[in-house]
Write a protein that binds this ligand. Structure first.
Ligand code: NAD
Ligand code: LMR
Length: 336
């Protein structure tokens, strides 16, 4: 099959390669859905030693897809090997919370993983590496990885709130009957957790204010915000496992837009190191509305925020500060 003019191949490292999200993600990366039909990919897949056998099965399936853009597949259980030459690193693998585990135990278990992965990315990834952390607690795991990669510019470490962004679009589409394609300028602020603030104040439908289409103001506070905040939990309850295909799709969207740019007149939500915008402490990895162009993102500046929005943002940022301070106390990061 002819694929026309091609860009240079891009090396994409994915951790948690034998897991649920990766199973939804890897085949779409290989098909070109993440980086475009003009960009060959070299996959580097990482797992813990106990899951390498299963990962070999996933690699066999990837081979069997005969994807024209897929140049190679390498497998490793060693992050120092797995991230070698990575231009994109998607950190999906994380330690889940199990029965009897306190939040501090979860932060500690993940702190060890993301400290090592940050150091390995620092030592062996490509100079232009872009990092997306999906594994929870995603913002704080990204903070730990960033803190342990002093030679990688901090702004290359991001965490995923695109699933929350997509969920917010879906809820607004359902409420108004508008197609998702007509909805723009949704914003997710703060943490990928139940404290996040999904914000419709600036959203548009077909270029006009979305809130003009909502005749019941209580819908926003009593339905829309809690539904988006609790959607991950609702899916775990319904499915018996956390969202996987929708999370994979959001990870694809996040990297696609970061690399290839956001649509004219729209923005997306990404958790990125704060530059102090909107009162969020510098360096905290918090979700903001961003635009992307030429492989970089910019926090949308100067959005007017009312008292309600400010208090919601303060609450979710307070949770992030607590998580950051806990991992600093545990020795996984240093105070800036
Ligand atoms: P999963 O349990 O199916 O797969 C995770 C995989 O990661 C497992 O195969 C495990 O062996 C592997 N892993 C664990 N530690 C690793 C390490 N140090 N190096 C490499 N691999 C490692 O879980 P899943 O459904 O794929 O979800 C993965 C993570 O994504 C979870 O933390 C989940 O909570 C999170 N998640 C985040 C979002 C988001 O929007 N940010 C959405 C959904 C799920
Ligand atoms: C989600 O938003 O679906 C997940 O982050 C939920 C989870 O805890 O894995």
């Amino acid at each position: 099959m002819s694929t026309g003019a091609r860009n240079a191949p891009v090396t994409v490292a994915v951790t948690g390669g034998a897991g649920q999200i990766a199973y939804g993600l890897l085949f779409r990366i290989a098909s070109g859905a993440m980086l475009g039909a003009d960009t060959p990919v070299r996959l580097r897949l990482l797992e813990i030693p106990a899951a390498v056998g299963s990962l070999e099965g996933v690699a066999m399936e990837l081979e069997d897809g005969a994807f024209p853009l897929l140049e190679s597949i390498d497998i490793s259980d060693d992050p120092w090997v797995g991230f070698a030459g990575a231009n994109i690193a998607v950190l999906v693998g994380a330690r889940p919370r199990t029965a009897g585990m306190e939040r501090s135990d979860l932060l500690a278990a993940n702190g060890t993983i993301f400290t090592e992965q940050g150091a390995a990315i620092n030592a062996s990834a490509a100079d232009d590496v872009k990092v997306l952390v999906v594994g929870n607690p995603a913002n704080t795991n990204a903070f730990i990885a960033m803190s342990n990669a002093p030679d990688v510019p901090a702004e290359r470490f991001t965490a995923m709130t695109r699933l929350d962004h997509n969920r917010a679009i879906a809820q607004l589409a359902k409420k108004t009957g508008a197609p998702a394609a007509d909805i723009a300028r949704i914003a997710i602020w703060g943490n990928h957790s139940a404290t996040q603030f999904p914000d419709l104040a600036h959203a548009t439908i077909d270029g006009r204010p979305a809130l003009d289409r909502i005749d019941d103001p209580a819908w926003l506070t009593d339905d829309f915000i809690p539904t988006v905040q609790q959607r991950g939990t609702a899916i775990i309850q319904a499915r018996g496992a956390s969202s996987a295909a929708s999370a994979a799709s959001a990870a694809l969207d996040h990297i696609h837009d970061w690399v290839r740019g956001t649509a004219e007149g729209d923005w997306v939500s990404m958790a990125v190191p704060s530059d102090g915008s909107y009162g969020v402490p510098e360096g905290l990895i918090s979700s903001f509305p961003v635009t992307c162009a030429n492989g970089t993102y910019t926090i949308v500046p100067d959005l007017p925020l009312d008292d309600f929005a400010r208090s919601r943002i303060e609450a979710t940022v307070a949770e992030l500060i607590q998580e950051r301070d806990a991992v600093i106390d545990l020795g996984f990061a240093k105070r800036a």
